[in-house]
Design a protein around this ligand. Structure first.
Ligand code: NDP
Length: 331
């Protein structure tokens, strides 16, 4: 079996030399274990934080250990009740071709007509669930809200724009990093207005897109985007702080928004969250999302990179914006 390990901790942008490819001999299955041939592996921005040796919501990756994270595959051998050869399973054992462990580390999922198994990493999985929780539980989305979403063409963002609309937003605005992505936002994901943050200052572009202000900001990016949103908020505005990808590879301490006092004068609420703490909402998400997909009310994209040997490159491409929708590695 082949695994990808973290070999050393990156400073700034990771490089190939921070990772190693390791061949491992798997022992025979013990009672209660299963072996899974992985089909798709998730690469996610939060993994960058886990490469650092700092305190965060997820423990740092150990050096010379496998890069763990979401993956889906099929059971190829089983010594556990309830797991049969061929069953599709979701797990967190990460960047390897074969995963072997106690059955409790795997969850059997359903093969859904028309959907690839990778959907369990994206539109039916962690990223779309993050969008759902951020809007409903964290931002307290209300009917008639004007909502601004950054990172809008990514896995979380493309789901968030559509969920906001389905949950009653009046106007949905998105930002992304290319003209092609901006077109997708309005033409495919149902955003009312969108802009390319690389075309000019976010503050001015956001004002043009939302001349009457915003009520909700779903922040995937941090930095300049958050500062612009703080200026665009209407009184009582609410921000769900989901991520800050603009600073993940930075080697300098990030500069905080310089206009935090708007929180006082406009009665704003900013709340950060990590989706793992909201698991009790997963059934509600699955019920809504399955229905929306069946009714054709939600569309989604995946960017698929072929081959475990390209996992590191796929991760770096994700951090640079090569993806539209969920980035996955196909084995
Ligand atoms: P995405 O699919 O959105 O991929 C990352 C995207 O970030 C890229 O495609 C790129 O798009 C954009 N990006 C990269 N650098 C910058 C920059 N400097 N400024 C603005 N945009 C940039 O990833 P996810 O959907 O998986 O994650 C989105 C965010 O949500 C991340 O911040 C992530 O950490 C966070 N997250 C938080 C969770 C939580 O529980 N709080 C759970 C899951 C994700 P572009 O071309 O537009 O620049």
């Amino acid at each position: 079996s082949t695994q990808i390990h973290l070999a050393s901790r990156p400073t700034g942008w990771p490089t190939d030399s921070n990772f190693s490819t390791v061949a491992v001999e798997l022992p025979d299955l013990a009672e209660g274990e299963i072996r899974v041939a992985n089909e798709f592996i998730s690469v996610d921005p939060y993994m960058r934080g886990r490469m650092n040796d700092t305190k965060s919501y997820a423990a740092p990756y150990a050096l010379d250990e496998v890069m763990t994270g979401g993956a889906v595959g099929r059971v190829v051998e089983s010594r556990a009740e309830g797991f049969n050869v061929g069953d599709p399973v979701l797990h967190q054992l990460g960047w390897r071709d074969l995963s072997q462990s106690a059955a409790g580390n795997f969850r059997v999922v359903k093969d859904l007509p028309g959907l690839p198994l990778s959907a369990y990493l994206g539109i039916l999985g962690m990223t779309a669930f993050t969008a759902y929780v951020g809007l409903t539980e964290i931002a307290g989305l209300k009917d008639g809200d004007t909502v601004f979403i950054s990172g809008a063409a990514g896995a979380v963002g493309s789901a968030a724009g559509q969920i906001a609309r389905l949950k009653g937003a009046k106007r949905v605005i998105g930002s992304a990093g290319s003209a092609a992505k901006v077109d997708l936002l309005t033409e495919k994901y149902g955003y009312d207005a969108a802009f390319n943050y690389k075309d000019g200052p976010v503050r001015g572009q956001l004002h043009d897109a939302a001349p009457e202000g915003i009520d909700v900001y779903f922040d995937n990016v941090g930095g300049e985007h958050l500062e612009a949103a703080l200026d665009a908020f209407n009184p009582g505005g609410r921000g769900a702080l989901c991520g800050a990808i603009s600073v993940y590879n930075s080697t300098e301490a990030p500069v905080g928004p310089r206009n935090m006092s708007n929180m006082v004068t406009r009665g704003l609420t900013l709340k950060g969250f990590t989706v793992g703490n909201y698991a009790e909402h997963y059934p509600a998400f699955m019920a809504d999302m399955s229905e929306w997909i069946a009714q054709g009310k939600i569309v989604f994209d995946e960017t698929v990179v072929e081959g475990l040997e390209n996992a590191v490159q796929g991760f770096l491409d994700l951090m640079r914006g090569a993806n539209t929708g969920k980035m996955v590695i196909k084995l």
